[in-house]
Design a protein around this ligand. Sequence first.
Ligand code: URP
Ligand code: ZN
Ligand code: ZN
Length: 464
Amino acid sequence: MRIRGGTIITPQGRREADLVVEGETIAAVEQPAPGAAGPDDVNAAGLWVLPGGVDPHTHFGMPLGGGLASLGWRESSLAALLGGTTTVIDFANPERGESLPAAVARRRTMADPAVLCDYGLHCTITDPDPDRLAEIPGLVGAGVSSFKGFLAYPGRLMLEPQEMEAVMRAVKAAGGLLLVHAEDGHRNAAAERILLNTGRIAPHWHPLAHPAESELEAVSTALELAARTGCPLEIVHASLSASIDRIAAARDDRSGDAPPPLAEVCLHHLFAEEGLYEQGHEAALAAICSPPLRATPNGAELLARLADGRIDFLATDHCEFDLKTKTAAASGGFPKVPNGCGGVGERLVVSHTLAVVPGILTPERWVEVTSERPAALLGLGDRKGRLEPGYDADVVLFDPREEYRWRPAPGSDALGSLWAGLPVTGRVRDVWLRGLRAVESGRPATGLAPGRFQARSLPRERSR
Ligand code: URP
Ligand code: ZN
Ligand code: ZN
């Protein structure tokens, strides 16, 4: 197949070229071929040719107990493909007493029969028991090379700082990367107790139980522990520009032997803001996620840091619940509402509309933060995130001019969405996953092939 005459966008620049695909991989990127198109050729004139998006932080079909789970693997991975994302990195979450390999195996049993995009897994660590930590090298060897620890949610997921330090030492020794959810769980719990004791249980109180100081404190804790242990660190879903400034300062301080910490930001923290909590019960419910949406002009400040390189990549933390589910849970007070927002289907189009069209991100930087960087930094850089010979033929044809109102993917609940109805510019027209057509003229292709698990080994400079 030859994708002819499009504008290929990469972090290094843009050029008119043909992309030649053979089987599952890219065979060549060539000067536009003269002459008539062949039967397998695709006309991309006037369109951008992008590497498939890589979303490094999703929660597809995440079980929360009591039969509750976020939107499943099939619907969520279809939304990803329709939105131009061909690879996600999701999470295996061990249950109490469960071994890490068993949790990964269980997660793959859920994902493999349903998933339509390629996927990798991070593994959450909530138990610092030495037996659990001893399982980390085996997972790294099996391609689950990144782990997540929580400084939030005491009694459920949280690691105390000395436990986090033990986890960091184990992850470093195994050559892994530790993702940290940086909110101070004790501080959040104290704020939540005050709210509940004074009857403030409606959804719009949620952000007050997640104060900015809590995130800043936890970011500092994670950075200090990483500097002490030398563990490669990524702060996930950093929601405050001041968090990014702390991470950037740690990155500039090269006195220790830890690799520079990574910073991830999520779509909703860039483009949706705290005011949503005051726009009625349903809007507040849809916006319940942690860390919460923050006050203006924090989103614009984050965007500036994404543009200038202080933030490494743009993820979604996609964890979608329909409004009915959130509404039913809300009768028990805001702490009972499952946390999370969608975004995997929206990431490219919404960020194109609100960051590329106004000239804040160049198209090249946009491709870098939505595909090339997450792939390279999280261990997929040998096959994903680039349009180069030998790379997987994960390709998106994007029309940067089309204007319309955003409609969430089939299976998503528009009422629970932060983005439904948003006027957007830019449409994902066609998508190939490893050379197979996944989206055709904006619709799911017929006979979608299953996605594949992707084992990841981190780039050597990050796991030293
Ligand atoms: O609200 C959120 N972020 N839900 C997903 C779980 C997490 O902490 O990333
Ligand atoms: Zn988190
Ligand atoms: Zn998450």
